[in-house]
Design a protein. Structure first.
Length: 110
């Protein structure tokens, strides 16, 4: 009995889908303008010009990359020197060394 029910449903489903397509078309005014650059193209675009975050001067891509590397190195040096001069860092380092010594002697530490 089930095949008798399935066969009449196919034309009803087909006509419902076709009717929905006819009565709800996609309007052309909902599309982006022709001058709009697709996001996929913008994501793949290579940036060849940049501005310095320091003074706003125009930089080439190579100059900008060099500036980023130099800035990162300077920040790493500043962070390292400030960490070494921090008394809390020195105390933690001393306690870790003391713990390592006590473990090597055979004193159990939790």
């Amino acid at each position: 009995m089930q095949p008798k029910i399935v066969i009449p449903l196919a034309p009803i489903i087909f006509s419902t889908i076709v009717g929905w397509q006819i009565f709800s078309p996609v309007h052309a005014n909902n599309l982006p303008p022709d001058t709009d650059i697709p996001e996929e193209v913008l994501r793949a675009e290579i940036i060849t010009e940049a501005r310095s975050p320091i003074d706003g001067k125009a930089l080439s891509a190579a100059d900008f990359a060099e500036l980023v590397v130099n800035t990162k190195q300077q920040l790493d040096l500043d962070n390292a020197s400030s960490a070494i001069n921090n008394p809390k860092f020195k105390e933690t380092l001393f306690l870790l060394r003391l713990r390592g010594f006590l473990k090597s002697v055979g004193i159990p530490i939790k």
